[in-house]
Design a protein around this ligand. Structure first.
Ligand SMILES: [Zn+2]
Length: 79
């Protein structure tokens, strides 16, 4: 019985850690591009994760602000 209780506790911790770490994961180039180009479904959990992350991460806010200057032009050249 102790094992089951332990596993259950471990699972709770695992789920919480996963949720927190996904919130803290930095946005990648594609995610930033999709947000900038409004390609992300605003009702999706992915979009709310991105917005939550942007609320806490200055690095990714900067990436988003600098996006137009650099990557956007690159992408257009590729298209
Ligand atoms: Zn970030």
């Amino acid at each position: 019985m102790i094992t089951i209780a332990f596993l259950f506790a471990a699972w709770i911790v695992y789920k919480a850690a996963r949720r927190i770490s996904s919130q803290y994961r930095h946005l990648d180039k594609e995610e930033i591009r999709d947000v900038m180009l409004n390609r992300t479904d605003k009702n999706s959990p992915e979009y709310s994760r991105i917005i939550r992350h942007l609320g806490i991460c200055e690095k990714c806010q900067d990436k988003l602000h600098n996006y137009k200057n650099e990557d956007y032009i690159e992408d257009h050249l590729v298209d």
